[in-house]
Design a protein. Sequence first.
Length: 284
Amino acid sequence: MKIFLDVLAETLLDTAKMLPFLFGVYLLIEYFEHKASDRLPNALRRLGPFGPLGGAAIGCIPQCGFSVAASNLYSGRLISLGTLIAVFIATSDEAVPILLASPDGAKKILPLIGAKLIIAIIAGLCVDLVLRALKRHRNEQSEPFHDLCEDCGCDEHGIFYSALRHTVHITVFVFLVSLALGLAIELLGEDTLKTLLMTDSPLQPFITALIGLIPNCAASVVLTDLYAAGSLSFGSVIAGLSTGAGLGLVVLFKTNKNLKENLTVAGLLYFIGVCAGLVTDIIV
């Protein structure tokens, strides 16, 4: 009980320190997203064969709304598979706000986003080139599949409410994940936890890429916390966050009726994430 109370107190204090930073970041994100949400998907469709470049750039914006948008646009045959993959890989979900709210995490953001951007562009372009060479790409149409931003509450209550809701939502996740990790470290021991996560093993990206496929922001919270704590290598967090497309995969399985195609997208995303993580660990 003493261990639990000590970890609980420390977790509450750390989480409380993050609150003002998280709210400020989400307020800016909501303002930008809802000012540009109508224009960005349309611009993405107009890029044609250069869609993966735009998709990677849009995916870098720290929220999963554009991965959802990309899934709908792909289901409507309006963007290429390479563009969809680029958006999914570049999507960082909650990683950027969490690192910004961490005193030592801000300096890790640029290398993380830069690496994911490069990987997303290369992977997206390669996928489209291969599909065109095999003549298996699909024609794009002119109108979006349907509008995407329906549940954030900004239309009824404004971006302040939406930012506050996102802040509360992610704060709960951060608190629960941090508490669980803190208890795991105390009860299992840091060495045992690192063994389970295969710390310092070249095979670690295989695990993190699998965790990243979990269609929930909790996955990116877990990966980011582990990376900030030093339990994950740079390549491993790249692998996990590259496969972590937020709710994008869920929406893809819901809107795209071709199950085999959806499974192929998920498998391709996992393969790219693992390869990216392994190569990154070799280079860095």
